[in-house]
Ligand binder design. Structure first.
Ligand code: SF4
Length: 309
């Protein structure tokens, strides 16, 4: 899994002016917002807000070096994570609910976003890791266009819930180096009940295929740091709500068994999941073992397994 890619692809788009053009297209889509599958059609340029609760200016809750991501993302010096305020899903168990749902954070215009990226680069981050960016793709592109002109050289990691609009993903073609989406559910009722997104399974499959088309298999450099490609996260939920088997089947048959999957066990009831009859408990060892068996059954052995304590 070594790569010949020595600099991020967006630098060429920056030089040609394409990055700024894409940002412009993204802002135009916010005039009657269709950036994500919610299709709210509100005018965010005039400050109207749809499901994600964010208007024209992106919000950022924090921009910091994070060492707890997957090994090729955190590397030795950490990943430069930018946590965006708001979200286009509403997961009852969200561990970041003050940021995603209460929208804690500071309004962050593109110039400020660019400064954050450049500062993370100065601090030694291996990459810029956009956390929950699906609803602020144009604002990110505008910030990146400035940062690239001012010397940003780090690869971009797109760390999302997988509930993506195709229009936004096309704007990111040649811009994002590493896609790191969740696949949360394969079942309509679970996605509706837990995240207010009944069409999640219908949306996430074409979205992930598009990501894979753009960046392909995961590649690392000679030091083991991710440079390009797709890796997928899957959190096991209690009571089979996450529908793991179908998700692994999809990855293996419609993408590739080479795609790294991070199988995660750290579910705990947070926010609205506390006291919920289905979500109000942690997962059992048996539930996690079942998910792990399914992962192996489909030949997905290229990722990581975060075992239970
Ligand atoms: S990005 Fe926000 S406003 Fe636009 S469609 Fe999605 S949820 Fe609605």
């Amino acid at each position: 899994m070594t790569s010949a890619v020595s600099f991020p692809a967006y630098l060429a788009l920056s030089e040609s002016g394409e990055l700024a053009r894409r940002a412009g297209l993204g802002y135009a889509a916010m005039r009657s917002c269709t950036l994500c599958p919610r299709d709210c059609r509100v005018n965010r340029l005039r400050g109207e807000k749809g499901f994600c609760g964010i208007g024209k200016i992106a919000g950022v809750a924090s921009a910091n070096i994070h060492t707890g991501e997957e090994p090729p993302i955190s590397g030795t010096r950490g990943s430069g994570t930018i946590f965006f305020t708001g979200c286009n899903m509403r997961c009852r168990f969200c561990q970041n609910w003050p940021i995603s749902q209460l929208r804690h954070g500071q309004p962050t215009p593109p110039q400020r976003l660019a400064s954050m990226m450049l500062n993370l680069q100065k601090r030694g981050a291996h990459n810029i890791n956009l956390v929950t960016p699906s609803h602020v793709v144009p604002q990110f592109l505008a910030g990146l266009a400035i940062a690239a002109r001012q010397g940003l050289m780090l690869p971009i990691v797109y760390n999302s819930n997988g509930y993506e609009g195709m229009e936004a993903l096309r704007l990111l073609d040649g811009v994002v180096d590493i896609y790191m989406p969740d696949i949360k559910y394969s079942d309509r009722d679970s996605a509706a009940r837990c995240s207010c997104a009944p069409d999640y399974w219908d949306v996430v499959r074409p979205a992930i295929k598009e990501m894979f088309r753009q960046v392909g298999n995961f590649e690392i450099d000679e030091e083991g740091i991710g440079r390009r490609g797709l890796l997928i996260r899957h959190l096991v939920l209690p009571g089979g709500l996450s529908g793991s088997e179908k998700i692994f089947e999809f990855i293996a048959t419609e993408l590739s068994t080479e795609v790294p999957v991070n199988l995660m066990s750290q579910y705990f009831p947070a926010d609205k999941a506390v006291g919920d009859p289905l979500l109000g408990r942690g997962i059992t060892h048996e539930e996690f073992a079942e998910a792990e068996k399914a992962l192996h059954r489909h030949g997905l052995t290229n990722g990581w397994i975060q075992y239970m304590n």
